[in-house]
Design a protein around this ligand. Structure first.
Ligand code: PGA
Length: 275
């Protein structure tokens, strides 16, 4: 009896995953506008369908990615399909190994199996708990090998900025997290100054552009022409009230948004600043 219930559940899960994979739409690669929501450990599950329903009334052109907590990924994928939303799904982290005894971790294969197209790696909140450039690099390589686009976060602390080390720190982060990478067509970089994350004090668009130029030059140094197409986003206290200023900058291809992506009207205004 227990076995047949288990088989029944497995079959339902398998069918659902196959159905989702069939319907999986893909975003075009290359330099493009991207607005990415990093929901972190927020938003109760029951609020999500309502949230997604409320963004159906604005135009979204394959430019929006939502990164919810792991347990919601599959059900959100279902809601996105049901509402025919042109929104892609991203995870907030991934492990670098394909499988094994890694309690609490999730592999790129698992993310790929449920139709996840993006994954955030190297967020400063994870670097703070010991994630190094080398570990992030392994995650990037593993994600790419499964066709998932890594969103690599880089950025300096307040102290590093005050010591005028920003360019040096960011250049090192970009170079080391992209070691051994040959396929730049699926890379996304997010410049997120740590002092601007969740503080309400964003960088100015001019400060962001200056660092974006350093990142672009670094990408071109390590990848030649391929680096020209990598989208470079800004993140750190992006709000409805400042999104247009970032959107007006040629060097800023989009934004990675935390707090303001949880408020549907604010998130809609931010999306509209980039379409
Ligand atoms: P914030 O977070 O928009 O709340 O500053 C950004 C991020 O952590 O990616």
């Amino acid at each position: 009896m227990i076995q047949s219930v288990e088989c029944y559940v497995k079959n339902i899960v398998r069918e659902k995953v196959n159905e989702l994979l069939k319907n999986n739409h893909s975003i075009d690669y290359g330099r493009r506008k991207l607005v990415i929501a990093n929901w972190k450990m927020n938003l109760p599950h029951e609020d999500i369908t309502q949230f997604l329903k409320l963004i159906t009334d604005i135009e979204i052109q394959d430019s929006v990615v939502i990164c919810p907590p792991y347990p919601y990924l599959l059900s959100i994928k279902g809601v996105i399909e049901d509402l025919s939303l042109k929104i892609a799904l991203g995870a907030q982290n991934v492990h670098w190994e394909e499988k094994g005894a890694y309690t609490g971790e999730v592999s790129a294969t698992m993310l790929e199996n449920i139709g996840c197209e993006f994954v955030i790696v190297g967020h400063s909140e994870r670097r703070m708990s010991g994630e190094t450039n080398e570990m992030i690099n392994r995650k990037v390589v593993e994600a790419l090998s499964k066709g998932i686009q890594p969103i690599i976060c880089v950025g300096e602390t307040k102290q590093e900025r005050e010591l005028e080390l920003t360019n040096q720190v960011v250049k090192k982060q970009v170079t080391e997290t992209l070691a051994e990478v040959n396929d730049f067509s699926r890379i996304v970089i997010a410049y997120e100054p740590i002092w601007a994350i969740g503080t309400g004090e964003s960088a100015t668009p001019e400060q962001a552009v200056e660092v974006h130029k350093v990142i672009r030059t670094t990408l071109e140094e390590i990848s030649g022409n391929m680096g020209k197409n990598v989208p470079i986003l800004y993140g750190g206290s992006v709000k409805a009230s400042n999104a247009r200023k970032f959107g007006a900058m040629e060097a800023i291809d989009g934004v990675l948004v935390g707090g303001a992506s949880l408020v549907v009207d604010d998130f809609k205004s931010i999306i509209q600043a980039f379409v």
